[in-house]
Ligand binder design. Structure first.
Ligand SMILES: [Zn+2]
Length: 169
């Protein structure tokens, strides 16, 4: 609740109490009815302020829940990315590569069956998606296809696959 709401609520309750206090000493019924009406109006104001506060509180609760969900997704994405490094598979196109495979590259330990690259977009969303290397139709360039987000990336293997500093997990 912000200070404006706190002040409005305090003032309304204070006024209602003051009016009620002065009404106790009154003998004139007409005046008493008037004071009761004024007092009720102040209580109505207090209720309106509280209703506003409730709405604000609900918004804050929703924002908190959204933030928690985002953090959870980031934690999942971070866990999924452990052991992977970001590499450039074509000019300006990034993908994740399993670190163990990067280390084994060129040696007899490298597994031909293991997927080579993983979709950066999907990994960042917490989904592990191995890119499929697809051969293009006659004359076209081969490309990578993500089975989850359905994005396609050029498979320009002449581009140096450089590890990006600061992105190795
Ligand atoms: Zn994807």
């Amino acid at each position: 609740m912000d200070m404006y709401l706190v002040n409005a609520l305090t003032e309304a309750l204070h006024n209602a109490q003051k009016l009620g206090g002065s009404a106790l000493a009154m003998r004139d019924t007409d005046q008493l009815i008037l004071v009761i009406a004024q007092s009720n109006k102040q209580l109505q104001t207090a209720e309106q302020v509280l209703a506003l506060h409730k709405k604000e509180l609900a918004t804050v609760h929703q924002e908190l829940a959204d933030a928690r969900q985002t953090i959870q997704q980031l934690e999942i994405a971070s866990t999924n990315r452990e052991g992977y490094t970001l590499v450039e598979i074509a000019s300006g196109v990034l993908a994740y590569r399993w670190l163990a495979q990067t280390a084994a590259r060129g040696s007899h330990k490298e597994s031909k069956a293991a997927p080579e690259f993983f979709c950066q977009h999907c990994m960042d969303c917490g989904l592990k998606s191995a890119l499929q290397h697809l051969k293009a139709e006659a004359g076209g360039t081969p490309f990578y296809h993500c089975p989850i987000c359905k994005k396609e990336f050029p498979a320009n293997l002449s581009v140096t696959r450089r590890r990006l500093a600061g992105h190795s997990a």
